[in-house]
Write a protein of this length. Sequence first.
Length: 322
Amino acid sequence: MLTSSLPVRQVSEFAADVRASLTKCGQRELPSKYLYDEVGSALFEAICVLPEYGLTRADARLLERHAGEIVGRLPSPIRVAELGSGSGKKTRWILEELSRRQKTYYYPIEISPSALAACAKELGQIDLVSIVGHEQPYLEGLRTVAEGRGEQDHLLVLFLGSTIGNFDRDAGEDFLWEMRAILRPGDALLLGTDLEKSVALQLQAYDDPAGVTAAFNLNLLARMNRELGADFDLSCFRHEARWNSAERRIEMHLRSNCRQTVQIPAANLRLMLDEDETIWTESSHKYKIEEIPGMAERAGFRCDAQWIDEEWPFAQNLLVAK
C-alpha cells in the first residue's frame, strides 16, 4: 500500500523519474536529488561533521576567512539567492557581512521543506536579514527570485559545497549557462568546487568507517519504500564508493548482494536485479583550479576571484555575469 506525505504531483514526478532512471539501457541510475528527503538531509548534515569528510569544513573556512573580501567585490544593493541551502550554516558569514552595509533579502531555494525550516531557524536571528524560502527546483526558484527583484537590485547566487560536481561536466556547464540566462550582466555567482586530491582520501570521505554515508545512500531505497510503496530489502544492498579516473569523479552505487526482484507500485515497475548489479546514485566530479575560469567563460561569466583552501583542496570562485 502506498503511503506518502508528499503532494500527489511530487509523488508522480518522483515515480516518473525513478521509472525512467531504472529502466534506461546499461547502468541503472537514480537521480541524486532524491537522496535529500527529511531523513537524507539529516544524514547529510551528520556526514558534514565526520572527520573523513573535509569538504564542508574547507567550504566554511573559506567563507569565514574571506567573507569581507567577497562582499567587498559586490555591487549594492544586492539580494542573495542560494541553490540548495541545506541548513544555511555556512551562509551565515556572507549574510552577516552584507548586513553590516545594507538590509539584505535572502532566498534559500530547496526541494526539501525540512532543510528550508532548518535554514530559517539557523539564520533567522541575523539583524537586517529577511528570509524568504522557495520550495522549488534550482532554476525554477532562481527565476522566481530574479523576476521579483527591483530594477536596481543586483543578485548574488550562492552555489556552495560541491553541488556543481554532481553534474556531468557538460551538464554542469549547461546548468551554468541556464543560470546565466536568468541573470543580468553584473550579477554574481559564488561557486564552490572540490579540487582533485589523493584517491584514498576521496574514497574515505565517501565511505566513512562509521557507515553514515552508507546509511545516507541506502535511505534512498527506504524513501522509495515509504513514498512509492516499493519493497526494497535494504539488507540485500550495500553502499559502494568508487573513483572513475577517466571522468575524474567519485561515484556512489548501491550494489545488489543477490539476484532479486523489487516491486515499485507507484512507478508501475517490476525491477529485476542480478547479483552484483549496481544502481548509480550520485557523482562528485573533482576539478583542477586552472580549469574553472575557462568553464566560467564558456557559460557567459568571467572569473573575478578565487580563494583556495590548502588543508582540504577546495575553491570558492566568484563569477560575474558578462
